[in-house]
Design a protein around this ligand. Structure first.
Ligand code: SF4
Length: 762
């Protein structure tokens, strides 16, 4: 099960470890943005490009899904947004000569960083079966090859159609239409690996699989919990929103095993005081929780609120709200009273006074928001944990009023919009009915494969063709060795991409790379749309000349494949869709709720907000017709002696699987990525010291998994926990270790042991 690290393109012998930072952004953030952009694009292109990021007439940042406010400054981007834009708008190019020089095997030996640094893909490439080289192929030949392979399948369910969160609404709608027209719901997406747990829990409890707050709510909240989230690196402009909330009087409680710089203090680079002053203290209270302890924490806080209500009836619980709008309160409250504080303390690593102090914050706040990210969603009990977050908020009526609600913060710029457009392996019947009524064909009803099931299907050869609309599937998914082996069994793999990544090198017997336009680039006079994390839909118009004349937009790729596959289709005007995205938006307006009059509303500067029944009307379209309290069992994740709980994290020079550089400025790491952050006392207990080299080993019923050669870094993480970067540590998470209900890999609670490497091991 061991997997060797890719060949060293970057020598990590020069790694330097400093102290973790206690504040985020400031002058270093600005400097790093400009240096990165300049290195990839040069001065003129940097200025032209960055001036368009997140502007009403510009393009949507290809980074995260954080929303923009109504009033925009000329610099509506953060350090990591600048890096994402620079990666895409780089002047470096990958040409046919590059592929002539490098075999596929050779590419597979390089790191993600090296692959990403080669530049933009420029023409379609084909790896024939039995060959170890990609060679140029025409677009026509590429489409006929895909159509031929799809038609040759015994069933449409033998094909998989993956989507990454960069895909625009228009491309996503056309893509899911092609897939259902072909006859399957095999539409795994990156959401399966990130916020699926949020979607599952919120759909059941609130009747909507998304958050219920707007940016304005965040500014108006009295108390904001930021749980299992590192906004300084992953959603940097959220720090501006938190800073604004603080100015308006909000208090912030951060809940995290790591004291991340962005949770502590923010120096806003867009304000003079942020550049020269001390910045703003963000967290008023930091709960350094043990990994996987959040369910216990929210149960404990709710119990203390119940007890406070019993001590002073009518002062704590919002009885009117609970009675009018919720279901299941009595059963939930009765179960909660049996909570065992010893288990709470064991699960959270927090003592009771720390939880009581957090509850005093809650009692002092009229409106409370809970924000979270992967720290909550990638555990076996993630869906139960998020249900407990909902219970906690419902108790005091903190859903459906100003300054209050649930705020799952999405990672990739249009991951939420793609799901809204129907990229979902378990589509609701009403969506399929609407498709049928609009297009006049019967879509398949049987649920398709999610990401984990898709890998299993490839492994067992129940799936034979794999098509990815963006992303880097083999590096984003768990159980690297198993996933790579599964991918290599495919008859054909197709990657629609802007840049080179490992999924081009670890491919099927036959493989295609189809290069596509990026967000920054002109797509004729057309524009696309995206939905941000808070349900705002807006237009995105690139302004740069495309990286090559031989690129197609994602919409064109979908539509030209559909023409090849279906010929003269009586149901869908694919050619019209390819030429005019308004034609797609017209159809969206009749299929997807909330998009009526899409083409008019999207032309308003800043776009429009999608309806959100819990937020707008306190209406909860659940099975009971109310917001549901749910009972969730507390099971303490006990770690065998000598083991630690590992969470996989990003560095500050990283966005998902894209590695921008080898530093993690906020955590004090330079020139390296193979580090594991461990509490100094946990190192000492294992007779290890800062600087020792270790392997990380996870133990499972089907055998051990090993990630080799990590430098131990003494770090102020919670006791019993450690952290290391993905994708290097994806190898440690087996395919079958997933969250209940959502099937999301459990990448935030992996039991590992550290095995010292002797000097001879390297
Ligand atoms: S916060 Fe996210 S969307 Fe905004 S500029 Fe930064 S990376 Fe881009």
């Amino acid at each position: 099960m061991a997997r060797k690290a890719p060949r060293d393109d970057v020598n990590e012998d020069g790694i330097e470890i400093g102290s973790p930072k206690e504040w985020a952004a400031g002058i270093p953030g600005v400097t790093r943005s400009l240096l990165t952009a300049n290195a990839q694009m040069g001065v003129g292109r940097t200025l032209l490009t960055l001036a368009g990021v997140n502007q009403k007439e510009g393009f949507d940042c290809p980074g995260c899904a954080w929303p923009e406010g109504e009033h925009r400054s000329p610099f509506e981007f953060c350090e990591n947004g600048a890096k994402a834009v620079a990666e895409e708008a780089t002047v470096r190019r990958v040409t046919r000569d590059f592929f002539a020089r490098h075999t596929v095997d050779d590419l597979a030996g390089h790191t993600e960083y090296w692959l990403g640094q080669q530049g933009r893909l420029t023409e379609p490439m084909h790896k024939p079966a039995g060959s170890d080289h990609y060679v140029p192929v025409s677009w026509d030949d590429a489409f006929s090859l895909i159509a031929r392979e799809l038609r040759a399948l015994d069933s449409p369910d033998e094909a998989l159609f993956y989507t990454s969160g960069r895909t625009s609404n228009e491309a996503a709608f056309a893509y899911q239409l092609l897939v259902r027209r072909f006859g399957t719901n095999n539409l795994p997406d990156c959401s399966n690996m990130c916020h699926e747990s949020s979607g599952s829990a919120l759909t059941e409890t609130l009747g909507i699989g998304k958050g219920t707050v707007s940016l304005e709510d965040l500014h108006r909240a009295d108390l904001i919990f930021v749980v299992g989230q590192n906004p300084g690196t992953n959603h940097p402009r959220m720090l501006s929103a938190l800073e604004r909330a603080k100015r308006e009087g909000a208090r912030i409680v951060a809940v995290n095993p790591l004291p991340e710089a962005g949770l502590l203090r923010f120096k806003n680079p867009q304000r003079a005081s942020g550049l020269v002053g001390k910045g703003t203290t963000l967290s008023d209270r930091f709960l350094q929780i043990r990994l996987n302890g959040d369910l216990a924490l929210f149960k404990a806080m709710s119990l203390l609120l119940l007890e406070a209500e019993e001590a002073a009836p009518g002062t704590v619980i919002d009885r009117d709200f609970v009675e009018a709008h919720t279901h299941g309160f009595d059963e939930w409250a009765e179960d909660l009273r049996s909570l065992d504080w010893a288990e709470v303390e064991e699960a959270t690593g927090l003592d009771r006074p720390a939880v009581e102090e957090a509850v005093r914050e809650v009692l002092g706040a009229k409106s409370v928001i809970v924000c979270w990210a992967m720290g909550l969603t990638q555990h076996r009990n993630s869906v139960a944990t998020i249900r407990e977050v909902v219970n906690f908020l419902l108790l005091r009526g903190n859903v459906g009023r100003a300054g209050a609600g649930v705020c799952p913060v999405r990672g990739h710029s249009n991951v939420q919009g793609d799901r809204t457009m129907g990229i979902y392996e378990k589509p609701p019947a009403r969506f399929l009915d609407a498709l049928r009524d609009e297009f006049g064909f019967e879509p398949p009803r049987e649920h398709g494969f999610d990401t984990v099931e898709a890998i299993r299907a490839l492994r067992s050869e129940r799936a034979k063709v794999f098509i990815a609309m963006g992303g880097n599937f083999v590096s984003a998914t768990p159980d690297t060795a198993a996933t790579e082996e599964a991918m290599r069994r495919a008859r054909l793999t197709v990657q629609v991409s802007t840049k080179l990544n490992r999924s081009h090198a670890v491919c099927g017997r036959e493989a295609l790379i189809l290069p596509t336009l990026g967000r920054t680039e002109r797509d004729g006079d057309r524009f696309v749309t995206v939905e941000d994390s808070m349900g705002m839909v807006h237009a995105s118009r690139g302004r740069l000349r495309p990286a090559s004349d031989d690129l197609l937009s994602e919409v064109e790729i979908v539509c030209r494949l559909a023409v090849e596959l279906f010929g003269d289709d009586p149901h869908v005007p694919w050619q019209e869709f390819a030429a005019d995205y308004d034609a797609i938006r017209d159809r969206v307006s009749r299929v997807v709720p909330g998009f009526d009059d899409f083409n008019t509303k999207i032309r308003a500067p800043g776009g429009f907000a999608l309806p959100n029944a819990p937020r707008d009307e306190r209406r909860f379209p659940t099975a009971t017709g109310k917001a549901n309290f749910t009972v969730n069992e507390l099971e303490v994740l006990r770690v065998p002696p000598g083991r630690l709980l590992l969470q996989t994290v990003r560095s500050h020079d990283q966005y998902n699987t894209t590695i921008y550089g080898m530093d993690d400025r906020y955590r004090g790491v330079r020139n390296g990525r193979r580090v594991v952050f461990v509490h100094a006392d946990d190192l000492a207990e294992r007779e290890l010291a800062d600087g020792d080299m270790v392997d990380l080993v996870s133990e499972w019923p089907d055998g051990e998994r090993r990630a080799e050669a990590f430098r131990a870094v003494a770090y102020p993480t919670a006791r019993g926990c450690c952290a290391a970067y993905f994708p290097e540590t994806n190898v440690l998470v087996p395919l079958d270790s997933v969250a209940e209900t959502s099937n999301t890999p459990t990448s935030k609670s992996v039991v590992v042991r550290l095995v010292r490497r002797e000097p001879a091991d390297g």
